[in-house]
Write a protein that binds this ligand. Structure first.
Ligand code: ADP
Ligand code: MG
Length: 653
């Protein structure tokens, strides 16, 4: 079997890793670089596409052809991407239910095509390093990625010539890299991931090698870039003060056109700002030197850690509500956590570490730095341990490599479990939600149910896949619709078996089969509903708020369906043998039918009628039609026997 590599396809940086003789290692490129900037440059005309560092160098000077942060757009529809997230230097297209695309020159690029360029580079670096072809990979995604986003990631892998063996959650990968699967006791871990452009806080529970995501919260537009920007603005002010040109940073494409000199200057200032920020993670002060920044102007400034922290504090503070939110969702207090692990390059900043230690009440932060404390043989302080033993920007890729090695059978066996954030089900006749996989089910999972047709000689059945916690189909999110055809048969005879399967990657496969003919259809649901944390919470909250009316709606719809069925049967029997019963019976049935019809009237606002009245009227109709029903039954029986050559003769003593 060929080797499987682990890939962290990041918003800012991507990297690949492998396990070599039991040791997880990051794969470096030809020049020894371990991180590949997630940037792709598409040149005008002939030249070839660049990915990684050479592309990153062109980000400021050729903004319209240089794509960064593409991960934000993976698997998302126009409506899912608010204006604030489109504030980029390249052109982003896509509205409504249409997919988001990047326009470069006369070609629209799907996000997965751009990501594929980054993956191709990582694949090539790995091949050069092993001197053998690489075709299989485990790729990580944020825990909150929905089906569509996971599918797009998988697609990107395929476009790059990789078979994606597993899509793995980033916090789970990080926990694997930290070796937390080896903890003996049940442990709860918070994963604090602050990257270049995104922040995620996930809470995991580990139990004998089983990982479960308890809660996740974050911000897709918050990270180290925001700090770089503040530092750049600060430097631009100092530049102007010391007699240099006045330049401000444009927020979005074409905000105000800058000439090539200004763009080049901005690029240098931004790079210097990031480098200074990185240097100040280990030093107290750093000298920023920018010779010949503008014609006849050179710039020099000594930036201190204190100055940087003053600028960075506001950014770091913004992670706070998300941490509290995830804790609340997991119903945990900080002291109930065993560890907090740090992920993402930006967590190397001492200010971030101190902030996290303070927020989670990590009592022994200084002492335990760099060591992994296992079990309970040590005195356990009140708060969780802040574990910083791994390289924060490499942990996710290393964890992916460990998972890859597990898949190829090379390592200890760990089970990785995730849960479904919301219930999945189907719309049934009458507009109700029929849940097949309840919320919080552990994946992978399979569940099935049989459905019958609601109408006579129905030729097809609509399979409408829903996600959510409400009783009425319309109040849930629609994930997709398809129809399955079958041999027409009387109502209730044709049967369709529907199976939902959520695979280990969290992708939903829906199978519908006509049980008579065996004809089946399998549909992979590419959900375009963004299941972000806040939306999940809102859905759950609403289901609680509306629990009472939802239940009333379900009972009403079910009663209404039953009444309509009885009404239709009564009508049918009257047309078929209404003349054979005495007029009194007939009139009684007709009167009862009118009563049911009246009781079926709904309040136009609530779409609910008087349940008790409907039940009484339906009961009365059922009772009144008994004589006709019996008559019909007898006739049907006779016909059947006659068909089989049996003639009934009255029994005589
Ligand atoms: P992502 O997950 O978004 O791809 P990374 O985990 O690679 O991102 O983090 C990138 C961010 O980390 C950048 O903003 C970078 O400037 C920052 N960073 C990297 N190293 C350091 C460091 N030593 N100190 C402070 N910030 C750092
Ligand atoms: Mg990351």
């Amino acid at each position: 079997m060929s080797r499987i590599i682990g890939i962290d396809l990041g918003t800012t940086n991507s990297l690949a890793a492998t396990v070599d003789s039991g040791i997880p290692l990051v794969i470096a490129d030809a020049s020894g670089r371990r991180l590949t900037p997630s940037v792709v440059h598409v040149p005008d005309g002939e030249g070839s596409i660049l990915a990684g560092l050479p592309a990153a160098h062109l980000r400021v000077t050729q903004p319209e052809q240089t794509v960064y942060s593409i991960k934000r757009f993976m698997g998302r529809r126009g409506v899912d991407v608010p204006d604030a997230e489109r504030r980029l230097m390249y052109r982003v297209e896509g509205t409504g239910a249409g997919p988001v695309a990047v326009r470069i020159g006369d070609r629209a690029w799907a996000p997965e095509e751009i990501s594929a360029c980054i993956l191709r580079k990582l694949k090539a670096d790995a091949e050069a390093s092993f001197n053998e072809p690489v075709t299989r990979a485990v790729i990580t995604v944020p825990a909150y990625f929905n089906d569509a986003q996971r599918n797009a990631t998988k697609k990107a892998g395929e476009l790059a010539g990789l078979t994606v063996e597993r899509i793995l959650n980033e916090p789970t990968a990080a926990a694997l890299a930290y070796g937390l699967d080896r903890l003996q006791d049940r442990a709860r871990v918070a994963v604090y991931d602050l990257g270049g452009g995104t922040f995620d806080l996930s809470i995991l529970e580990l139990n004998e090698g089983v990982f479960q995501v308890l809660a996740t919260s974050g911000n897709t537009c918050l990270g180290g870039d925001d700090i770089d920007r503040s530092v750049s603005e600060f430097l631009l002010e100092r530049i102007q003060e010391s007699g240099g040109p006045r330049i401000t940073i444009p927020e979005r494409r074409g905000e105000y056109p800058l000439d090539q000199h200004a763009l080049a200057m901005l690029a240098r200032v931004r790079e210097a700002a990031e480098q200074a920020k990185i240097a100040l993670s280990t030093m107290e002060a750093t000298e920023i030197v920018l010779p010949f920044l503008a014609p006849g102007f050179s710039f020099q400034y000594r930036l201190t850690r204190t100055e940087l922290e003053t600028m960075a504090r506001a950014v770091v503070q913004r992670t706070r509500p998300h941490c509290l939110r995830a804790l609340a969702d997991a119903r945990l207090q900080p002291h109930e956590l065993d560890q907090v692990i740090l992920v993402g390059g930006q967590t190397r900043m001492p200010l971030v570490r101190a902030f996290v230690a303070d927020l989670f009440g990590c009592a022994d932060f200084e002492e335990t730095r760099g060591q992994l404390r296992l079990g309970t043989e040590h005195h356990r302080p009140a708060g969780p341990q802040l574990n910083t033993s791994q390289n924060p920007d490499e942990a996710v890729a290393l964890g992916a490599a460990i998972q890859a090695e597990i898949l190829s059978g090379g390592l200890r066996n760990v089970l990785l479990l995730d849960v479904t954030p919301l219930s999945l089900g189907l719309e049934t006749f009458g507009g109700l939600m029929n849940v097949l996989i309840p919320r919080n089910s552990t994946i992978p999972i399979k569940a099935g149910e049989k459905f019958t047709t609601a109408m006579d000689y129905q030729r097809e059945m609509l399979i409408h896949v829903l996600q959510g916690e409400r009783e009425r189909a319309a109040d849930n999110w629609s994930l997709g619709k398809f129809t399955i055809d079958f041999e027409p048969a009387p109502r209730g005879v044709a049967r369709v078996g529907v199976q939902f399967e959520i695979d280990a990657d969290g992708i939903l496969h829906v199978l519908a089969r006509d049980t008579l003919t065996g004809v089946e259809k399998v549909v992979e649901i590419k959900s375009a509903v963004n299941v972000d944390d806040a939306a999940v919470q809102q859905m759950v909250d609403e289901s609680v708020t509306h629990a009472f009316e939802d239940l009333a709606a379900r009972r009403w719809i079910e009663a209404r369906l039953k009444s309509m069925e009885i009404l239709a049967a009564a009508r049918k029997s009257l047309t078929e043998c209404g003349t054979q019963v005495i007029p009194e019976v007939r009139e009684k049935i007709e009167a009862a039918m009118v009563q049911v019809e009246q009781a079926l009237v709904e309040d136009p606002n609530t779409k609910i009628g008087d349940l008790a009245q409907l039940q009484t009227a339906t009961g009365a109709l059922d009772h009144a039609s008994l004589p006709v029903a019996e008559l019909l039954l007898d006739r049907a029986m006779e016909a059947l026997l006659r068909q089989r050559g049996i003639v009934l003769t009255p029994v005589t003593e």
